[in-house]
Design a protein around this ligand. Structure first.
Ligand code: C2E
Ligand code: MG
Ligand code: MG
Ligand code: MG
Length: 271
């Protein structure tokens, strides 16, 4: 990587960079084909109410079901899809598909959420498109949510806030994903146009009642509830984590403890 060599201007390229570029070009080409051939699928992971144990939410997570490479996880391709601009098309498909799924679950008291890249939010037609789809599927307040990350809020403050506020006013819930890994500050938390905080897995992994993560999670939950937000903990794998999070007042819990993300038929069985 020439870039990581900093100011060493004599190194223009080396063989590993050529290989990387070749792979990168290949990946971009494959991703375009994958989109054209409808090789993307959604898996669904339940979010369980801490108190009742009921499924109150379901997160849609994209996978690439490649004929040549098998099942590929988003960590392998979302960044490239963003850099090549394809994320807007893919993201639109994700919204359509998860809204259609939400429509099939209406009256079950389950909110279907999907992940939205900051690039999608920057598109001028984003709010209009989402509202159009929401109305077309006949969805109601609380049937769907968009999961955004803190980077969306930091990158273009005023504009993004207005867009999120408009979506919320129309009944589309906004979840702040991976909370605690970005630029979280108490000052910006108080006026956020969001409904739910999702506490990042990195805090959940190491929680014990007397350890620092445990105390941080407890503080985040009480603060969030103080300002009217709900809290979902992500990456819950152990029963003790669930017990602690429930005692802290966490609203819902998502993680392998209950279920991995699964195909549509399996999540319907779980419901
Ligand atoms: P995320 O939105 O924070 O999703 C949670 C990730 O944690 C998922 O990984 C999920 O499978 C995983 N997970 C859930 N519970 C557990 C657990 O108990 N233990 C462990 N080890 N992991 C758990 P996944 O599906 O690989 O997705 C990774 C990230 O890719 C997502 O993080 C999200 O940022 C992004 N992503 C997924 N689908 C989409 C999409 O449709 N559009 C966009 N733009 N990004 C997406
Ligand atoms: Mg998410
Ligand atoms: Mg997350
Ligand atoms: Mg994440």
């Amino acid at each position: 990587k020439a870039k990581s060599r900093g100011r060493d201007k004599y190194v223009l390229y080396d063989s590993s960079m050529v290989t990387e570029l070749a792979q990168r070009t290949n990946l971009e080409k494959r991703l375009r084909e994958a989109y054209r051939n409808s090789e993307f699928i959604l898996h669904y992971q339940p979010q369980i109410a801490a108190e009742s144990g009921r499924i109150v939410g379901i997160e849609a997570l994209i996978r690439w079901n490649s004929t040549s490479y098998g099942l590929i996880f988003p960590g392998e391709f979302i960044t490239v899809a963003e850099e090549m601009g394809l994320i807007n098309e893919i993201g639109k498909w994700v919204i359509e598909s998860s809204f259609a799924f939400a429509q099939s679950l209406m009256d079950k008291g389950i909110c279907v959420s999907c992940n939205v890249s900051s690039m999608q939010l920057k598109q001028s037609s984003f709010v209009e498109d989402v509202i159009e789809a929401f109305d077309r599927f006949g969805l109601r307040k609380g049937s769907v949510a968009l999961e955004i990350t803190e980077s969306c809020l930091v990158e273009s403050f005023g504009d993004t806030y207005a867009k999120l506020a408009e979506l919320r006013a129309h009944g589309i819930m906004i979840y702040l994903d991976d909370f605690g890994t970005g630029y979280s500050s108490l000052n910006y938390m108080k006026n956020l146009p969001i409904d739910v905080l999702k506490i990042d897995k990195s805090f959940i992994d190491n929680i014990t009642a007397d350890g620092v993560e445990g105390r941080i999670v407890k503080t985040i939950v009480s603060l969030a509830r103080e300002i009217g937000l709900k809290v979902i903990a992500e990456g819950v794998e152990a029963k003790e984590q669930q017990t602690y999070l429930t005692a802290c007042g966490c609203n819902a819990i998502q993680g392998y403890l209950f279920s991995r993300p699964v195909p549509e038929a399996e999540i319907r069985d779980l419901i």
